[in-house]
Write a protein that binds this ligand. Sequence first.
Ligand SMILES: [Fe+2]
Length: 327
Amino acid sequence: MGCGSSLVMLVADEQNIKNESRQTTTNASMNDAGKKSAMTSGDGLSTMKGGEEEELTILNGKGCGLENRLISYWYSYDRDNLVLKYGKGYRMEETTFLTYDFLKNVSSSEDKENIRKKLYPYFNAEEKRLIRMYEAMMNSLKGGDITVTEQIVEFDKNPFILNVSPLVLDSTKVNLFFLDEGNFTFSASLSPACRELYENVKGCHLNYPEEVTGFLLSNAIRYSIDTEGCLLNQKLKEKVQKFVGSNKEATYLRITLRSSLGKSPGIPYVLEIWPQGHYSPIHNHGNANAVIKVLFGSIHIMIYNKQVSTPYALPLKEFDPREGDVT
Ligand SMILES: [Fe+2]
């Protein structure tokens, strides 16, 4: 049963600034509404900062929307819980600027019922509207090296309630604790494209037992990277020369498996080799679906919001998938 929807939009800079100032006005009037409802139903207007909920009086905090470049914003309508949310970039708790909960601090079921009745015209499943979607894409190139290509408007049938975990757990391994804790995204809940990739890579391993192969591939790779004149050592040097000048840590190796089927290398499958301490600059993957399985060691992943201003951006989330983990 659907219980609301999320909307993602990418709008042009100038329009966005207008929208933002309109948003501020709307917030102000919502604030009034909040004050009014506070008398009867409790104040439901709050904002999220660094994962903490704060009471909201005027929405004028730093980063609340007036940015001089293309930006996407999202709006979440939670019909069953009577919650509205607004944010920028990815739909995450960390990017939620505004939350309006019509039932916040309302404890008696009679008061709740009255509020639901009053808001029935806005929160019900009976009145349906037709929305026609055109496949209009918008490109933007802003925020350093970050390129964004996405549809102007996207709908998600579910409202935004909680962050989705970046770690994937195979649905066959789910137990009641995992269901309760929400620390994983279950494989059966992945998008169809990710599901296909997941099913195809989940059984892959780098090393076979040494007794079978006579050596460990991970040792061979390490040796080739560390040893002057070996293939991987040579390839890394070539990449440094070609792409990053003196900054040799800003490289890694990509080995496309079988023939590349897409425009970019690594579609559909690529083996990435990250020597210890190496990294890539902040980048995004457009609207691509991708699954990573860590075959050896661990990687440190930092998630940034869309269209951040490098190099001043701070990550929204950091995590360390290790051998066997899928993200
Ligand atoms: Fe990447």
